[in-house]
Design a protein around this ligand. Structure first.
Ligand code: GLA
Length: 712
């Protein structure tokens, strides 16, 4: 077949795949009429030869390999000891089967095979691109080894009218920052070499038109499902073309294929919508909820967490923790997670990582008394691990100093007093599996917080080869081994907060720790940023101490609780020292979360365009019979009144009963200055959507939660 075509969700994708030609995206965008003639695309996009260039037109291909002759940043660079670098792939087989296609390409000169697997979600239109490269050479002498320097999973042409780009940056405790910039000629490039997904370069990018907003307009999204080094590129070329690509990023010599070996690239998840940024996000949310999260977790209400970290840090005392558990159960917590500090000599960041046995000094009778206490209160027990790491001051390191990733005598960069284990070694992976397996087998534990708290700066193995890519694959394999042995245990992906929150790790875990920053004002923004690709049901979101440990800001319980409620809610504060009235208010918020969590976790998300002082979003049930809107006043505002806010996502034909359910009147600080007007009442969906509602004048740091229910 000459073309493969998919029509799904809001998009049509057409890939040219004629045998003997380079594979290329012929069209990707707004859905085309069923009867549209594909040959028209060729005719209408045909380019003229211009002076100063080649005498033929060279079209970009999915691979953009150097041998194509196209003068643009290449998507594929490989060689055999400096030769055979000129690969140029042409199709030899293309098949389509329902929502999937496979395009096989080959270059007989360089003896490399390149295969694309494409899968389209029939409902949302989200596309998964993955690719693999096989070394077709025969023999085992070193001339046959193929070294891949660079490989984008796919290079995708984007409609040139997308003149704006939304990229993701950030840092520890301030993840998922968005930057909306105008495209410029040249390349927007983010290269992540941290060995984990990173806080500062989430592998996502959105291309949009200047008028694209949350509610309307065209947007293309790309995300790389990979938890390691990556490259994100948007190239605005001098021939007017716009190309976007993503792929794993390699250290020198990292990917070397012997004859017959295959390398699999991580998957790009690509979306298109003409209905605004929120509609694009909803495609990604559906994908995570339907395809990534384990069915058992998906179908279960997400329990309210208690996490011990910001309450006690390393200062574990069993009686204090039991008292904390009593308080937690009393306010409605359902899962008690014991964070760092329960094992080996781990009394601070300086020692014990790697020794995954319960500390005799702190828990003389083991963890059982605490776990029995927690489960006796009706809660589930969870526990913290950081399996990939070791402190030099640990029994493990003393026994196996050669197990860490390092390079000869090169001094390691100090980073939280810890080294990274070479988990791609079978003996290391076996050790970690046995240690974690023993803890989970011997105890009634239903949840693991899997942490990862440093970058991989010198990721070499004992032979001196770079291993960050192998590290990620070994990580996925180790987690799967644990999941197979303990299928009911849920796992959270944490990396100093939100340093590993991509779809690659989410295929093996069930929740992400969104950020170490529990400051509710910052969190509003962080959670909003995360929601561009991640659904609320997997975003760990905790009520922290009144005075935030990271920003030093003092924030009301009303604000903290309402912020945590719009995610997978938890608490992470010292319940023994927080004011009683705050705990009472928290208990009310937890009850509210339980009442509405089915909606928050399964509904469709509508972020609302607002001035910066407000962060607003709605979550609307699939049948549009119910919705919950969160309107957070982050700061003050200049006008006498705040904005009229549209309630996006409702059904125009329905009438809704609106109830302001937060702040909780009896317990909260005052929300408005001047005369209070009750918001509660019955309103038509069409007016709520199109006219909206005058928001009540509100103090800074106030969250209004408005619940709407269809009138019967
Ligand atoms: C990381 C995590 C925290 C906590 C600590 C424990 O920073 O993000 O939530 O678990 O490690 O050391």
């Amino acid at each position: 077949m000459d073309y493969i075509r998919f029509d799904a969700g809001e998009m049509t994708l057409i890939i040219a795949c004629k045998v003997g030609s380079a594979p290329a995206v012929a069209y990707w965008g707004e859905i085309l009429d069923e009867g549209s003639n594909i040959d028209d695309i060729r005719a209408l996009t045909e380019r003229q030869i211009v002076s100063g260039g080649a005498d033929i037109i060279i079209e970009p291909s999915l691979a953009m390999e150097v041998g194509l002759g196209y003068c643009a940043p290449s998507g594929f660079e490989a060689h055999r000891e400096g030769r055979a670098w000129d690969s140029h792939f042409t199709v030899f087989s293309a098949i389509k089967y329902n929502d999937s296609a496979q395009i096989q390409c080959r270059d007989t000169e360089t003896q490399i095979e390149l295969t694309y697997d494409i899968k389209v979600n029939p409902k949302t239109g989200l596309i998964q691109f993955s690719s693999s490269v096989t070394n077709l050479a025969t023999g085992d002498d070193h001339h046959t080894i193929l070294t891949i320097n660079k490989m984008a999973t796919a290079v995708l042409p984007i409609a040139g009218r997308m003149t704006e780009l939304i990229g993701f940056s950030g840092r520890w405790a301030d993840e998922f920052r968005r930057e909306r910039i105008k495209r410029f000629s040249g390349s927007y490039v983010r290269e992540n070499k941290r060995g984990r997904t990173s806080h500062d370069s989430f592998p996502g990018v959105i291309l949009a038109r200047p008028n694209t907003c949350e509610k309307s307009g065209e947007a293309y999204g790309l995300h790389l499902a990979w938890s390691g080094n990556h490259s994100v590129r948007v190239d605005s070329l001098m021939d007017g073309r716009l190309l976007a690509s993503m792929g794993a990023l390699f250290f020198p010599g990292e990917i070397r294929l012997k004859a017959g070996e295959t390398f699999h690239s991580p998957t790009i998840i690509a979306g298109y919508s003409n209905n605004g940024l929120s509609a694009l996000s909803r495609q990604y949310h559906d994908h995570v909820r339907q395809n990534l999260i384990a069915p058992a977790v998906r179908e279960r209400p997400r329990p309210v967490h208690y996490n011990s970290w910001e309450a006690v840090y390393f200062d574990h005392d069993i009686e204090e923790l039991k008292a904390m558990a009593d308080k937690a159960a009393a306010i409605g917590v359902e899962r008690f997670v014991l964070d760092d500090g329960w094992f080996g000599s781990r009394r601070s960041e300086k020692s014990g990582l790697g020794d995954w046995v319960v500390s005799d000094a702190i828990y003389p009778d083991g963890l059982k008394p605490l776990i029995d206490h927690v489960t006796g209160l009706g809660m589930e027990m969870g526990i913290w691990f950081e399996p990939e790491m070791v402190n030099p001051d640990s029994a493990l390191y003393r026994a196996h100093p050669d197990w860490v990733l390092h390079l000869r005598a090169r001094e390691q960069l100090p980073f939280r007093n810890q080294y990274v284990l070479d988990i791609s070694r079978q003996d290391v992976a076996d050790y970690l599996f046995q240690q974690i397996d023993a803890v989970l087998r011997d105890h009634d534990i239903g949840y693991v917080k899997w942490d990862m708290n440093r970058d991989l700066n010198h990721p070499g193995n004992v032979q001196g080869y770079a291993r960050p890519h192998a590290h990620v694959l070994a990580l996925y394999a180790l987690i799967e081994r644990i999941r197979i042995a303990h299928p009911t245990v849920e796992i959270e992906s944490c990396a100093s907060g939100g340093g590993r929150p991509d779809f690659g790790i989410l295929a093996h875990t069930d929740r992400v720790w969104t950020s170490d920053n529990n400051d509710a004002i910052d969190r509003q923004n962080i959670q909003k940023g995360a929601s561009f690709f991640l659904p609320l049901n997997i975003l760990g979101s905790h009520v922290g101490p009144k005075k935030c440990h990271i920003t030093g800001r003092t924030i009301s319980m009303a604000m903290r609780a309402a912020t945590a409620l719009m995610g997978h809610m938890g608490t992470e504060l010292n319940l023994l020292t927080e004011p009683q009235e705050d705990l009472e208010e928290l208990a009310i918020a937890i009850a509210l979360y339980k009442k509405h969590r089915a909606l928050i976790h399964s509904g469709d998300l509508y972020r609302i365009d607002t001035p910066q002082y407000i962060n607003a979003m709605g979550i609307v049930s699939r049948d549009k019979s119910e919705a919950l809107y969160s309107v957070a006043f982050l700061t003050g505002y200049h006008d006498t009144h705040p904005i009229m806010m549209p309630f996006l996502g409702l059904e125009a034909r329905y009438n809704y009963k609106m109830n302001a359910i937060w702040p909780n009147n009896s317990k909260s600080t005052p929300i408005s200055v001047g005369k209070e007007i009750s918001i509660d009442g019955y309103y038509s969906g069409t007016i709520l959507q199109n006219l909206g509602m005058q928001l009540p004048p509100s103090f800074p740091e106030t969250v209004h939660l408005l619940h709407l229910k269809k009138e019967d």
